[in-house]
Design a protein around this ligand. Sequence first.
Ligand SMILES: Nc1ncnc2[nH]cnc12
Ligand SMILES: [Zn+2]
Length: 343
Amino acid sequence: MQSFPPCAELHLHIEGTLEPDLVFELAARNRITLPYADAADLAARYAFTDLQSFLDLYYATMDVLRTEADFADMTRAYLRRAAAAGVRHAEIMMDPQAHLIRGIPLATCVNGVSSVLATSEAEFGVSTLLIAAFLRDRPAAEALDVLRDLLDMKAPIVGIGLDSAEVGYPPSLFAEVYDVARSAGLRCVAHAGEEGPPSYIREALDVLRAERIDHGIRCLEDEALVERLVADRVPLTVCPLSNVRLGAVDDLPAHPLPVMLARGLNVSVNSDDPAYFGGYLDDNLMAVGETFGWGAAELAIVAGNSLRSAFLDDARRSLLLAELEVWASEQERDGVVQHPRTR
Ligand SMILES: Nc1ncnc2[nH]cnc12
Ligand SMILES: [Zn+2]
Protein backbone atom coordinates (compact mmCIF):
# COMPACT_ATOMS: atom_id res chain seq x y z
CA MET A 1 0.00 0.00 0.00
CA GLN A 2 1.15 3.50 -0.83
CA SER A 3 2.45 5.41 2.18
CA PHE A 4 2.10 9.17 2.40
CA PRO A 5 4.52 11.52 4.10
CA PRO A 6 3.66 13.48 7.24
CA CYS A 7 2.82 16.93 5.95
CA ALA A 8 0.97 20.19 6.47
CA GLU A 9 -2.18 21.11 4.61
CA LEU A 10 -1.97 24.85 3.98
CA HIS A 11 -4.82 25.43 1.54
CA LEU A 12 -8.11 24.07 2.76
CA HIS A 13 -11.52 25.73 2.97
CA ILE A 14 -13.42 24.14 5.83
CA GLU A 15 -16.73 24.75 4.01
CA GLY A 16 -15.27 22.81 1.09
CA THR A 17 -15.07 19.69 3.27
CA LEU A 18 -18.85 19.43 3.56
CA GLU A 19 -19.52 15.96 2.14
CA PRO A 20 -22.91 15.22 0.49
CA ASP A 21 -23.91 12.78 3.26
CA LEU A 22 -23.24 15.41 5.91
CA VAL A 23 -25.15 18.00 3.86
CA PHE A 24 -28.21 15.73 4.05
CA GLU A 25 -27.67 14.97 7.74
CA LEU A 26 -27.46 18.67 8.63
CA ALA A 27 -30.43 19.52 6.40
CA ALA A 28 -32.54 16.95 8.25
CA ARG A 29 -31.33 18.22 11.63
CA ASN A 30 -32.23 21.81 10.68
CA ARG A 31 -35.47 20.89 8.87
CA ILE A 32 -34.25 22.21 5.52
CA THR A 33 -35.62 20.75 2.29
CA LEU A 34 -32.84 20.40 -0.28
CA PRO A 35 -33.50 20.60 -4.03
CA TYR A 36 -31.74 17.23 -4.54
CA ALA A 37 -33.20 13.72 -4.24
CA ASP A 38 -30.32 12.41 -2.13
CA ALA A 39 -26.58 12.64 -1.53
CA ALA A 40 -25.79 10.84 -4.79
CA ASP A 41 -27.98 13.28 -6.70
CA LEU A 42 -26.13 16.21 -5.08
CA ALA A 43 -22.73 14.64 -5.83
CA ALA A 44 -23.78 14.20 -9.46
CA ARG A 45 -23.98 18.03 -9.74
CA TYR A 46 -20.26 18.37 -9.01
CA ALA A 47 -19.37 18.87 -12.66
CA PHE A 48 -17.90 22.34 -12.82
CA THR A 49 -16.86 24.41 -15.80
CA ASP A 50 -14.94 27.11 -13.94
CA LEU A 51 -14.45 28.67 -10.51
CA GLN A 52 -17.79 30.53 -10.56
CA SER A 53 -19.80 27.42 -11.38
CA PHE A 54 -18.29 25.76 -8.30
CA LEU A 55 -18.74 28.81 -6.06
CA ASP A 56 -22.47 28.97 -6.91
CA LEU A 57 -23.00 25.45 -5.54
CA TYR A 58 -20.50 25.87 -2.70
CA TYR A 59 -22.29 28.94 -1.29
CA ALA A 60 -25.73 27.36 -1.77
CA THR A 61 -24.81 24.09 -0.07
CA MET A 62 -23.32 25.69 3.02
CA ASP A 63 -26.80 26.96 3.90
CA VAL A 64 -27.24 23.74 5.90
CA LEU A 65 -24.69 25.08 8.41
CA ARG A 66 -26.83 26.83 11.01
CA THR A 67 -25.54 26.09 14.52
CA GLU A 68 -22.20 25.81 16.31
CA ALA A 69 -22.73 22.04 16.41
CA ASP A 70 -23.07 21.97 12.59
CA PHE A 71 -19.76 23.81 12.13
CA ALA A 72 -18.16 21.59 14.76
CA ASP A 73 -19.35 18.36 13.11
CA MET A 74 -18.04 19.47 9.72
CA THR A 75 -14.66 20.36 11.25
CA ARG A 76 -14.40 17.06 13.14
CA ALA A 77 -15.18 15.08 9.98
CA TYR A 78 -12.41 16.91 8.10
CA LEU A 79 -9.83 16.32 10.83
CA ARG A 80 -10.63 12.62 11.03
CA ARG A 81 -10.19 12.25 7.27
CA ALA A 82 -7.10 14.51 7.14
CA ALA A 83 -5.38 12.48 9.87
CA ALA A 84 -5.93 9.34 7.79
CA ALA A 85 -4.32 11.14 4.82
CA GLY A 86 -1.11 11.80 6.77
CA VAL A 87 -1.85 15.45 7.56
CA ARG A 88 -0.05 16.38 10.80
CA HIS A 89 -0.75 20.11 10.71
CA ALA A 90 -3.54 22.03 8.96
CA GLU A 91 -4.05 25.76 8.40
CA ILE A 92 -7.74 25.98 7.79
CA MET A 93 -9.56 28.80 6.03
CA MET A 94 -13.14 29.72 6.76
CA ASP A 95 -15.34 32.27 4.99
CA PRO A 96 -17.13 34.28 7.72
CA GLN A 97 -18.92 36.55 5.23
CA ALA A 98 -20.52 33.57 3.49
CA HIS A 99 -22.30 32.86 6.77
CA LEU A 100 -22.92 36.44 7.93
CA ILE A 101 -24.77 37.36 4.73
CA ARG A 102 -27.26 34.55 5.33
CA GLY A 103 -27.86 35.62 8.92
CA ILE A 104 -25.51 33.32 10.84
CA PRO A 105 -23.74 35.25 13.63
CA LEU A 106 -19.95 35.49 13.51
CA ALA A 107 -19.67 33.79 16.90
CA THR A 108 -21.59 30.75 15.64
CA CYS A 109 -19.17 29.90 12.83
CA VAL A 110 -16.00 30.97 14.65
CA ASN A 111 -16.85 29.13 17.87
CA GLY A 112 -18.17 26.05 16.10
CA VAL A 113 -14.96 25.57 14.10
CA SER A 114 -12.49 26.74 16.73
CA SER A 115 -13.97 24.62 19.54
CA VAL A 116 -12.92 21.53 17.58
CA LEU A 117 -9.57 22.95 16.47
CA ALA A 118 -8.71 23.61 20.11
CA THR A 119 -8.38 19.87 20.77
CA SER A 120 -7.38 18.67 17.29
CA GLU A 121 -3.81 17.76 18.22
CA ALA A 122 -4.87 15.69 21.22
CA GLU A 123 -7.83 14.10 19.45
CA PHE A 124 -6.53 13.56 15.92
CA GLY A 125 -2.77 14.18 16.09
CA VAL A 126 -3.27 17.19 13.78
CA SER A 127 -2.19 20.61 15.03
CA THR A 128 -4.30 23.37 13.51
CA LEU A 129 -4.47 27.11 12.93
CA LEU A 130 -7.45 29.09 11.67
CA ILE A 131 -7.39 31.68 8.86
CA ALA A 132 -10.33 34.02 8.21
CA ALA A 133 -10.68 34.45 4.45
CA PHE A 134 -12.45 37.44 2.91
CA LEU A 135 -14.58 37.24 -0.20
CA ARG A 136 -12.95 39.37 -2.88
CA ASP A 137 -16.19 39.73 -4.86
CA ARG A 138 -17.78 41.59 -1.93
CA PRO A 139 -16.87 45.14 -0.84
CA ALA A 140 -13.56 45.68 0.94
CA ALA A 141 -15.42 47.85 3.48
CA GLU A 142 -17.44 44.79 4.50
CA ALA A 143 -14.24 42.75 4.91
CA LEU A 144 -12.82 45.51 7.09
CA ASP A 145 -15.91 45.48 9.32
CA VAL A 146 -15.70 41.71 9.70
CA LEU A 147 -11.99 41.88 10.45
CA ARG A 148 -12.62 44.48 13.18
CA ASP A 149 -15.37 42.28 14.64
CA LEU A 150 -13.01 39.28 14.64
CA LEU A 151 -10.37 41.33 16.41
CA ASP A 152 -12.90 42.70 18.93
CA MET A 153 -14.11 39.21 19.83
CA LYS A 154 -10.50 37.98 20.01
CA ALA A 155 -11.25 35.24 17.53
CA PRO A 156 -8.51 32.58 17.61
CA ILE A 157 -7.22 33.25 14.09
CA VAL A 158 -3.58 33.20 13.00
CA GLY A 159 -4.15 35.20 9.85
CA ILE A 160 -6.32 36.35 6.99
CA GLY A 161 -6.81 35.17 3.42
CA LEU A 162 -8.60 36.31 0.27
CA ASP A 163 -10.73 33.99 -1.85
CA SER A 164 -13.86 33.63 -4.03
CA ALA A 165 -14.25 34.87 -7.65
CA GLU A 166 -10.83 36.13 -8.70
CA VAL A 167 -10.94 37.77 -12.14
CA GLY A 168 -12.02 41.41 -11.92
CA TYR A 169 -11.22 41.61 -8.19
CA PRO A 170 -7.49 42.42 -7.92
CA PRO A 171 -5.74 42.10 -4.57
CA SER A 172 -5.07 45.85 -4.35
CA LEU A 173 -8.77 46.41 -3.52
CA PHE A 174 -8.00 44.91 -0.11
CA ALA A 175 -4.85 46.88 0.78
CA GLU A 176 -6.38 48.49 3.87
CA VAL A 177 -7.79 45.20 5.17
CA TYR A 178 -4.33 43.63 4.99
CA ASP A 179 -2.68 46.68 6.60
CA VAL A 180 -5.06 46.49 9.55
CA ALA A 181 -4.57 42.73 9.87
CA ARG A 182 -0.79 43.03 9.79
CA SER A 183 -0.85 45.80 12.40
CA ALA A 184 -2.88 43.46 14.60
CA GLY A 185 -0.15 40.81 14.31
CA LEU A 186 -1.98 38.54 11.87
CA ARG A 187 -0.27 36.54 9.12
CA CYS A 188 -1.29 37.25 5.52
CA VAL A 189 -2.06 34.86 2.66
CA ALA A 190 -4.09 35.39 -0.51
CA HIS A 191 -5.44 33.41 -3.45
CA ALA A 192 -3.84 34.69 -6.64
CA GLY A 193 -3.05 33.27 -10.05
CA GLU A 194 -5.70 30.54 -9.95
CA GLU A 195 -7.81 32.00 -12.77
CA GLY A 196 -6.39 35.50 -12.46
CA PRO A 197 -3.26 36.81 -14.23
CA PRO A 198 0.32 36.84 -12.89
CA SER A 199 -0.10 40.56 -12.12
CA TYR A 200 -2.48 39.55 -9.30
CA ILE A 201 0.32 37.48 -7.75
CA ARG A 202 2.61 40.52 -7.90
CA GLU A 203 -0.09 42.68 -6.29
CA ALA A 204 -0.68 40.14 -3.55
CA LEU A 205 3.05 40.25 -2.77
CA ASP A 206 3.65 43.98 -3.22
CA VAL A 207 0.41 45.53 -1.99
CA LEU A 208 -1.00 42.97 0.44
CA ARG A 209 2.48 41.72 1.44
CA ALA A 210 1.09 38.20 1.38
CA GLU A 211 3.48 35.66 2.89
CA ARG A 212 1.98 32.76 0.94
CA ILE A 213 0.15 32.60 -2.36
CA ASP A 214 -2.77 30.20 -2.62
CA HIS A 215 -2.62 28.48 -6.05
CA GLY A 216 -0.21 30.77 -7.96
CA ILE A 217 -0.07 28.38 -10.91
CA ARG A 218 -0.28 31.17 -13.50
CA CYS A 219 3.08 32.55 -12.30
CA LEU A 220 4.69 30.46 -15.04
CA GLU A 221 3.39 32.97 -17.61
CA ASP A 222 5.77 35.62 -16.22
CA GLU A 223 9.45 34.62 -16.18
CA ALA A 224 10.59 37.53 -14.01
CA LEU A 225 7.90 36.69 -11.48
CA VAL A 226 9.01 33.05 -11.37
CA GLU A 227 12.59 34.17 -10.70
CA ARG A 228 11.40 36.40 -7.88
CA LEU A 229 9.24 33.65 -6.32
CA VAL A 230 12.16 31.21 -6.48
CA ALA A 231 14.65 33.72 -5.04
CA ASP A 232 12.32 34.67 -2.18
CA ARG A 233 11.15 31.08 -1.56
CA VAL A 234 7.54 32.31 -1.64
CA PRO A 235 5.26 29.39 -0.76
CA LEU A 236 2.71 28.46 -3.43
CA THR A 237 -0.08 26.23 -2.10
CA VAL A 238 -0.98 24.25 -5.21
CA CYS A 239 -4.21 22.20 -5.45
CA PRO A 240 -3.94 19.80 -8.41
CA LEU A 241 -7.36 18.10 -8.34
CA SER A 242 -9.07 21.45 -7.76
CA ASN A 243 -7.33 22.97 -10.79
CA VAL A 244 -8.49 20.08 -12.98
CA ARG A 245 -12.09 20.12 -11.70
CA LEU A 246 -12.40 23.91 -12.19
CA GLY A 247 -10.82 23.86 -15.64
CA ALA A 248 -7.80 25.95 -14.65
CA VAL A 249 -5.81 23.20 -16.39
CA ASP A 250 -7.08 20.82 -19.07
CA ASP A 251 -6.24 17.62 -17.22
CA LEU A 252 -3.76 16.32 -14.66
CA PRO A 253 -1.01 15.44 -17.17
CA ALA A 254 -1.16 19.10 -18.29
CA HIS A 255 -0.80 20.41 -14.71
CA PRO A 256 2.24 22.68 -14.25
CA LEU A 257 3.20 21.16 -10.86
CA PRO A 258 6.23 19.20 -12.13
CA VAL A 259 7.48 22.24 -14.03
CA MET A 260 7.01 24.38 -10.92
CA LEU A 261 8.96 21.88 -8.86
CA ALA A 262 11.71 21.63 -11.46
CA ARG A 263 11.99 25.43 -11.57
CA GLY A 264 12.72 25.40 -7.84
CA LEU A 265 9.45 27.02 -6.75
CA ASN A 266 8.39 26.42 -3.15
CA VAL A 267 5.30 24.34 -3.94
CA SER A 268 3.17 22.23 -1.63
CA VAL A 269 0.23 19.98 -2.52
CA ASN A 270 -3.16 20.73 -0.97
CA SER A 271 -6.79 19.77 -1.39
CA ASP A 272 -8.66 23.16 -1.46
CA ASP A 273 -12.28 21.87 -1.29
CA PRO A 274 -11.87 18.10 -1.03
CA ALA A 275 -15.57 17.21 -0.82
CA TYR A 276 -16.13 18.86 -4.20
CA PHE A 277 -12.96 18.13 -6.14
CA GLY A 278 -12.46 14.39 -5.84
CA GLY A 279 -10.26 14.02 -2.87
CA TYR A 280 -8.31 14.81 0.24
CA LEU A 281 -4.58 15.34 0.53
CA ASP A 282 -3.70 11.67 0.05
CA ASP A 283 -5.90 11.54 -3.07
CA ASN A 284 -4.08 14.57 -4.48
CA LEU A 285 -0.66 13.07 -3.69
CA MET A 286 -1.69 9.71 -5.15
CA ALA A 287 -2.98 11.36 -8.33
CA VAL A 288 0.13 13.46 -8.93
CA GLY A 289 2.37 10.54 -7.95
CA GLU A 290 0.76 8.27 -10.52
CA THR A 291 0.50 10.92 -13.23
CA PHE A 292 4.02 12.31 -12.92
CA GLY A 293 5.79 9.16 -11.82
CA TRP A 294 6.68 10.61 -8.44
CA GLY A 295 8.24 8.49 -5.76
CA ALA A 296 9.21 9.08 -2.15
CA ALA A 297 11.85 11.66 -3.09
CA GLU A 298 9.38 14.05 -4.73
CA LEU A 299 6.74 13.45 -2.06
CA ALA A 300 9.31 14.29 0.62
CA ILE A 301 10.17 17.56 -1.15
CA VAL A 302 6.58 18.83 -1.29
CA ALA A 303 5.90 17.62 2.26
CA GLY A 304 9.03 19.41 3.49
CA ASN A 305 7.96 22.57 1.67
CA SER A 306 4.56 22.39 3.37
CA LEU A 307 6.08 22.06 6.85
CA ARG A 308 8.61 24.85 6.27
CA SER A 309 5.92 27.17 4.86
CA ALA A 310 3.47 26.69 7.74
CA PHE A 311 2.91 29.29 10.46
CA LEU A 312 3.99 26.67 13.00
CA ASP A 313 5.94 27.22 16.18
CA ASP A 314 9.56 26.06 16.00
CA ALA A 315 9.16 23.07 18.31
CA ARG A 316 6.26 21.53 16.37
CA ARG A 317 7.92 22.27 13.03
CA SER A 318 11.13 20.53 14.13
CA LEU A 319 9.16 17.54 15.38
CA LEU A 320 7.26 17.17 12.11
CA LEU A 321 10.38 17.65 9.98
CA ALA A 322 12.04 14.89 12.03
CA GLU A 323 9.01 12.64 11.39
CA LEU A 324 9.36 13.37 7.70
CA GLU A 325 13.03 12.37 7.76
CA VAL A 326 12.12 9.09 9.43
CA TRP A 327 9.42 8.49 6.79
CA ALA A 328 11.87 9.19 3.95
CA SER A 329 14.52 6.83 5.31
CA GLU A 330 11.94 4.09 5.86
CA GLN A 331 10.85 4.45 2.26
CA GLU A 332 14.44 4.15 1.10
CA ARG A 333 15.11 1.16 3.37
CA ASP A 334 11.97 -0.63 2.20
CA GLY A 335 12.83 0.07 -1.41
CA VAL A 336 9.50 1.80 -2.05
CA VAL A 337 11.48 4.60 -3.47
CA GLN A 338 10.47 5.25 -6.97
CA HIS A 339 7.52 4.97 -9.20
CA PRO A 340 8.38 3.08 -12.42
CA ARG A 341 8.01 6.11 -14.66
CA THR A 342 10.58 8.22 -12.77
CA ARG A 343 13.57 6.05 -13.54
N1 LIG B 1 -10.56 27.32 -5.20
C1 LIG B 1 -11.11 28.42 -4.69
N2 LIG B 1 -10.79 29.61 -5.24
C2 LIG B 1 -11.32 30.73 -4.77
N3 LIG B 1 -12.17 30.77 -3.75
C3 LIG B 1 -12.51 29.62 -3.16
N4 LIG B 1 -13.33 29.36 -2.14
C4 LIG B 1 -13.34 28.03 -1.96
N5 LIG B 1 -12.55 27.44 -2.84
C5 LIG B 1 -12.00 28.40 -3.61
ZN1 LIG C 1 -8.82 27.88 -2.29
